[in-house]
Design a protein around this ligand. Structure first.
Ligand code: CTP
Ligand code: MG
Length: 250
């Protein structure tokens, strides 16, 4: 397969409320070091020479605001498009993907909530798809031991069922990379199943590929590609950004 010169598109789901982060603006629009999380995430993608187009799935009532934010942060010159996202992450990705031109060969999906992903991770994911993988996820080993439990209401002790071997576990991040046709197909299948009331219970795009029998491979992720989910994550993100700015200054 000759994939020389193939440029990838990126879809950025950014339509979530950020409930776990607490009250305030939608998470993607919350500030980190003077710019919204989304702006950091789009910049990180635009920095990669592998990415030719970025499609942002914005909160449905915030499309014009997001267009304005991207413009005012100097991203107007890039090929960045904004569409209305949906009620779930999966729907937002599907709506973003619909704005990626058919004929694109490689698509990356990157959470707006992962503002500090290093460009090396973006490049490595795109390169692995170009090299022939149909689905690629960046991932890191776990620091904590993980136990599977029988969920119980809050306050009740939860019985432990078992402890998966930690060395074989990975925490997966984004951007996740896909062959365009594969990603379009699994999202179409998921939509059909959802309409039939049997939505597949997956939390990422690679999970959809797995669900329909596809093959997903892992490449090394990066600790700075963590997802801003809870208030403490925002504190960590500010610290990482301050460290980067300090070392850039020297
Ligand atoms: N997302 C989206 N559309 C939704 C829900 C989530 O585009 N309907 C996006 C978020 O904006 C985020 C990414 O998916 O960039 C990862 O989701 P998550 O971290 O769960 O973000 P939120 O859903 O915003 O946060 P929470 O679950 O705490 O409300
Ligand atoms: Mg969520």
């Amino acid at each position: 397969m000759n994939t020389t010169g193939v440029v990838a598109a990126a879809v950025v789901p950014a339509a979530g409320r950020g409930e776990r982060l607490g009250p305030g603006a939608p998470k993607a629009l919350r500030e980190l070091g003077g710019a919204p999380l989304l702006v950091h995430a789009v910049r990180a993608l635009a920095r990669s020479r592998a990415i030719g187009l970025v499609v942002v799935a914005a909160p449905a009532d915030g499309v014009a605001e997001v267009v304005g934010l991207l413009d005012s942060h100097g991203l107007a010159g890039k090929d960045v498009r904004v569409v209305a996202g949906g009620a779930t992450r999966q729907e937002s990705v599907r709506l973003g993907l619909a704005a990626v031109p058919a004929g694109t060969e490689v698509v990356l999906v990157h959470d707006a909530a992962r503002p500090l992903v290093p460009v090396e991770v973006v490049d490595a994911v795109a390169a692995a798809v170009r090299a022939g993988a149909e689905a690629v996820v960046p991932a890191v080993p776990l620091a904590d031991t993980v136990k599977r439990v029988e969920p119980r209401p809050a306050g009740e002790p939860e019985p432990v069922l078992d402890t998966p071997e930690r060395a074989a576990l990975r925490a997966v991040q984004t951007p996740q990379g896909f062959r365009y046709d594969v990603l379009v197909e699994v999202h179409a299948k998921a939509l059909a199943e959802e309409a039939a009331g049997m939505a597949p219970a997956v939390t990422d795009d690679a999970g959809l590929v797995e669900h329909y029998g596809g093959r997903v491979v892992v490449v090394p992720g990066h600790e700075e590609a963590f997802k801003v989910t809870r208030p403490l994550d925002l504190v960590l993100a500010e610290a990482v950004l301050a460290r980067r700015r300090a070392s850039d200054g020297f």
